[in-house]
Write a protein that binds this ligand. Structure first.
Ligand SMILES: NC(=O)c1ccc[n+]([C@@H]2O[C@H](COP(=O)([O-])OP(=O)(O)OC[C@H]3O[C@@H](n4cnc5c(N)ncnc54)[C@H](OP(=O)(O)O)[C@@H]3O)[C@@H](O)[C@H]2O)c1
Length: 546
């Protein structure tokens, strides 16, 4: 799709030239039941929304051009006369009756239908003068235009508070649109709202050209290609808000400005200390898209920690399979159960690192799962039964989230100093705090040491999943994941592939769906999770530093 959003749509008649049409983006504010107006006016007073609307519709990348706003006659009439026409934009008013008498013709044109308006804007001089086209309401216009194939994106201000309305628009067809970005909820004049931008991924719903969902049920990844692959047509202020850029910018910053440091593996790193990324879990799931997250790498990046817990039931076998199961097939799990782990005796003969020469392959010691479920118990080996021993932090956290949601001590700690000497590798992601507000569960995770290239994409996904799972069993919705990193490093061997990755444009994050029937943290199965529309760029090889 070009920046100018001019597209050719064939009418299927081979004898006639296909007409040139503009595509467009919708900008609208709507309640949860898609109410947009009352008594010919906005039902709410939201100055921030008006600022957002102005910024989106007025900004152009080319200062010589302007954007067009298309609206129904009644929406035009709802604009206070002193603000008509909306300044700095071409105002296109749709009227069938032709009853509209314009006092001023400058920056205003009328059209008798949506197709004729889009055609006009695709022809000279408007094809040159007009950069982007926005459809701005009201109900009748968006009834026709919201889910139409020419609509590339929908910028929606979602009004979460209840508001009385008499004008409505249809629901967004979520089988063809996916969130590109969504803001954290804000409150103004006692109204809770957030900004969400949806982008069109597919041509139509259910038609011959439609593309089935990409599902990931724990065993098979079934990737299909999307219709739209490039989202640079979005306004820059929206395009740049995709949260994957937080990761990409941090990687770029470390490569450009990081300290040159030695490390335990002898590979050499560039490193920065004290970094933070914030991911909004409300609408989508932060599984990075600028590279393919290969199933084996999920395990590698987790240093086998989830699986170690899994094999020993420290965390709940099915829960951990679920953790991995989203991205790992069952043969892979079996492989990791049997094979020596990367920090086991095979990679480090004699296990000189930790002095654990007697350890059985695959026994990492009292790592994450053990600490989460049996903190304080005496560790012997990975086969022992620890039922009832130590402190179950996970259940305690879930109990507090349900029954004492304002508690400021809802914490899961994998860092147990007296057990560190027994671990093959001390925990990297060592500490998580949970926070409940407005029916949402947020998690802040502290990671002492983070391999940005290989590990961090999976650390983000793992804790996003944990937050979603705990929110689910507590009857809450996921809020934010805040990822705080101590030593954030790029291995020198990863610089080149990461520079390749930095050239890629993110795609929308996938959506995570959890089986509503599963209510207990220990009874999750891989099949309880569905990852919809994960369509990453291709895989990038990065070698694991050990
Ligand atoms: N929340 C928001 O973001 C938002 C945005 C915009 C508007 N609004 C609200 O929505 C309400 C207005 O919406 P509405 O549904 O009543 O009216 P509307 O869609 O703004 O305008 C309807 C008029 O547009 C013309 N029209 C409709 N479909 C057409 C088509 N396919 N081709 C050519 N002309 C067409 C007709 O004009 P003629 O009768 O002249 O033929 C029709 O009467 C107001 O309350 C307004 O405040 C809210």
């Amino acid at each position: 799709m070009s920046e100018n959003s001019i597209a050719c749509h064939s009418n299927g008649n081979a004898d006639t030239q296909p007409p040139l049409h503009r595509t467009y983006q919708v900008v609208v504010a709507a309640t949860r039941d898609m109410g947009i107006g009352k008594d010919g006016k906005f039902p709410w007073k939201l100055p921030s929304d008006l600022i957002f609307f102005k910024e989106i519709t007025m900004t152009t990348s080319d200062p010589e051009k302007k954007n067009a706003v298309i609206m129904g006659r009644k929406t035009w009439e709802s604009i206070p006369p002193q603000f008509q026409p909306l300044p700095g934009r071409l105002n296109v008013i749709l009227t069938r009756s032709g009853s509209l008498v314009m006092a001023t013709a400058e920056n205003v044109i009328t059209c008798g239908s949506i197709p004729s308006a889009l055609k006009l804007l695709a022809e000279p001089p408007y094809n040159i003068l007009i950069e982007k086209v926005f459809m701005i309401g009201g109900g009748q216009i968006l009834g026709e235009a919201l889910n139409a194939p020419e609509c590339d994106a929908i910028h929606m201000t979602e009004i979460e508070s209840h508001m009385e309305c008499d004008t409505f628009i249809p629901p967004i067809d979520l089988s063809v649109y996916q969130p590109w970005y969504s803001s954290a909820p804000e409150v103004e004049n006692n109204i809770r709202y957030c900004f969400v931008t949806f982008v069109r991924l597919k041509t139509s719903t259910g038609g011959p050209n439609s593309i089935p969902e990409v599902r990931c049920n724990g065993s098979i990844l079934d990737f299909k290609k999307f219709k739209v692959l490039n989202f640079t047509f979005l306004p820059k202020i929206i395009f740049e808000k995709h949260e994957e850029f937080l990761y990409l910018k941090l990687v770029q910053d470390i490569i450009s400005n990081g300290n040159d440091k030695g490390d335990r593996t002898g590979t050499g790193t560039l490193s920065k200390f004290g970094c933070q990324m914030r991911f909004n879990l409300r609408k989508s799931f932060p599984l990075l898209t600028t590279k393919f997250l290969k199933p084996t790498l999920v395990i590698d990046a987790c240093y086998g920690s989830w699986c170690s817990c899994c094999t020993e039931g420290f965390f709940g076998e099915e829960l951990l399979k679920s953790f991995c199961g989203l991205l790992v097939d069952q043969p892979m799990l079996r492989f990791y159960k049997k094979k020596t782990f990367i920090y086991g005796t095979e990679m480090h003969p004699g296990n000189t690192l930790t002095g654990l020469a007697d350890r059985e392959d695959g026994d990492l010691g009292p790592v994450y799962g053990f600490q989460w479920r049996h903190f304080g118990a005496r560790y012997t080996n990975m086969h022992a039964d620890y039922t009832g021993q130590g402190f179950d932090q996970l259940l305690d956290a879930i109990d507090k989230i349900k029954n004492k949601p304002d508690d400021r001590r809802i914490i899961l700690s994998a860092w147990n100093p007296s057990d560190l000497k027994l671990m093959a590798l001390p925990p990297c992601h060592m500490f998580a705090q949970f926070y409940v507000a407005n029916g949402e569960l947020s998690c802040q995770m502290y990671q002492r040491s983070a391999d940005m290239g290989l590990g961090v994409p999976f650390n983000i996904a793992s804790y996003a999943l944990l937050t979603c799972m705990i929110a689910h069993v507590c009857g809450l919705v996921p809020g934010d994941l805040i990822h705080v990193i101590g030593d954030a490093h790029v291995y020198k061997t990863h610089i080149s592939p990461l520079q390749e990755q930095l050239k890629k444009i993110p795609k929308p994050f996938p959506i995570l769906k959890i089986n509503p029937q599963t209510k207990d943290i220990d009874s999750f199965m891989a099949a309880d999770f569905e990852l919809i529309n994960y369509e990453p760029h291709q895989k990038l090889e990065m070698k694991l530093a050990v």
